[in-house]
Design a protein around this ligand. Structure first.
Ligand code: BES
Ligand code: MN
Ligand code: ZN
Length: 462
């Protein structure tokens, strides 16, 4: 069994034991030590701040006596990630009183904090290892970490190396690893197969638009379909974004990255789900062939959409994908999308906005979020705001006049394409850590992925 690089199940040397301390337990720890060591620690200025770590002075053999790590308490995940990132490269183990640490959370945190995006240059510091026992639990933790790594890698990869074709190739790789079926509909075939909005949004780019469709699991298992916004770069289209707004738009395929990461986790842990992953993959570009403001597009389900703004492209491509998702009447549909700036204005970058047409599904996901420290916040599908999307000449406008409640109107647009009897949740995510948070490096980030997985695992594990 191969685990992640940040773990060792057969440590060569005696690991350095990390003792977790909180602001409350730190003074007890100090009093239980020799006066000499306690004084040494006091002089360093270490004060058990969460995520702060300290290597203790060497003992008789020249090896450190151990290390201290400030945590927020037993269930802490992220402080362990900060330790993995910042402690000097060596092999460590989790020490302290067994009741002080949830080993699974600490081990997961270690893995998530060990992540580095090194596609374009090697990491500056050799990775620290955590000595752990091989077990099915360790496999599950590694699977979770690998799902998050995949999501981060896909988001971090710039558009030059992550166009619709490359995204489809990644999806195919993942499908192949789990013997899943994967079909990709490309370019003009999207018109033949009736994905008009995916085609319209993506046709301006030299890199042809695609619809990626992965299917895995036994046909009679409960059907769960994941849909992800795969805008590999969002210039805004003819309603061009200013440079400040365009800067980060390599991450506009973050929804696709979440659908693939979560899908991989479901397949790796073999949940009893007939899984489907649908990803419309496009580049929202500018050219003479671009779709225009005030164009009217036909959709897969036959509705007509007036284009109020070519920068509201995510909801268009997701509309066609959600129509296809609904067609086989699955038990659950979940989509992820970096859909609106408004969601980030409302909730900031750390909190995933969740919308759902089903209270039980929403509550189950919220419980999963709580359980695994992956916060989501539900916003309303406030029907009266549907009027903001009224069009004078078509069934709906993709942007409308009002700038109010942008995350809600985007969600209401998507809702038009999902059958009311299907339990559906929509995540409007930022997908990015703009500044270092304890245990989570700057860059692409999975948000709500572990929360949804926790919900699915509770329902569908063997
Ligand atoms: N991809 C953007 C949304 C976005 C912007 C997410 C910044 C995260 C950070 C999306 O395609 C978009 O441009 N949305 C517009 C919609 C508007 C034109 C109705 C927005 O949010 O401004
Ligand atoms: Mn846009
Ligand atoms: Zn976008």
């Amino acid at each position: 069994m191969v685990f992640l690089d940040c773990f060792t199940t057969e440590a060569q040397e005696q690991p350095v034991e990390i003792t977790p301390v909180t602001k409350d337990t730190f003074s007890d720890w100090l009093t239980s030590q020799s006066g000499q060591l306690a004084n040494w620690v006091k002089k360093t200025g270490f004060y058990a701040d969460p995520g702060k770590s300290l290597i203790l002075p060497p003992g008789d053999g020249g090896k450190p006596l151990g290390a201290l790590l400030g945590t927020v308490g037993k269930n802490d995940i992220w402080s362990w990630g900060e330790a993995a990132e910042h402690l000097a490269s060596a092999t460590y183990s989790i020490g302290g009183k067994p009741n002080d640490t949830d080993l699974n959370n600490a081990t997961l945190g270690w893995a998530l904090g060990s992540y580095a995006f090194n596609r374009y240059r090697p990491s500056k510091k050799p990775i620290s290892k955590l000595a752990v026992a091989a077990s099915p639990t360790l496999t599950a933790i590694s699977n979770t970490a690998q799902a998050v790594y995949l999501t981060r890698d896909l988001i971090n990869t710039p558009a030059s190396d992550m166009g619709p074709g490359e995204l489809a190739a990644c999806a195919k790789d993942i499908a192949d690893r789990f013997n899943a079926a994967c079909t990709v509909t490309t370019g003009n075939d999207l018109l033949r197969d009736n994905y008009p909005m995916v085609h319209a949004v993506g046709r301006a780019s030299k890199r042809a638009p695609r619809l990626i469709d992965i299917i895995w699991g036994k046909p009679n298992w409960p059907k769960v379909t994941l849909v992800g916004k795969g805008v590999c770069f969002d210039t805004g289209g003819l309603d061009l974004k200013p440079s400040s707004g365009m800067l980060m738009m390599k991450k506009d395929m973050g929804g696709a990255a979440h659908a693939l990461g979560l899908g991989q986790l479901i397949m790796a842990n073999r949940l009893n789900i007939r899984l489907r992953i649908l990803i419309p993959a496009v580049e929202n570009s500018v050219s003479g062939d671009a779709f225009r403001p005030m164009d009217v597009l036909k959709t897969r389900d036959g509705m007509s959409v007036e284009i109020g703004n070519t920068d509201a492209e995510g909801r268009l491509i997701l509309g066609d994908a959600l129509t296809e998702a609904s067609a086989e009447n699955p038990d659950i549909v979940i989509n992820f999308a970096t859909l609106t700036g408004a969601a980030r204005i409302a909730l900031g970058p750390d909190l995933a906005a969740m919308f759902s047409n089903n209270d039980i599904l929403a509550e189950d996901i919220a419980a999963g979020a709580e359980q695994c420290d992956d916060p989501v916040w539900r916003l309303p599908l406030w029907k009266p705001y549907r009027r903001f999307l009224d069009s004078k000449i078509a069934d709906i406008n993709n942007a409308g006049q009002s700038r109010f409640a942008g995350a809600i109107t985007a969600a209401l647009f998507l809702k038009e394409f999902v059958s009311d009897n299907i339990a559906w949740a929509h995540f409007d995510i930022y997908g990015w850590n703009p500044i270092n948070r304890v245990g989570r490096p700057v860059g692409g980030e999975a948000m709500g992925l572990r929360a949804v997985y926790a919900m699915l695992e509770k329902k569908y594990s063997k």
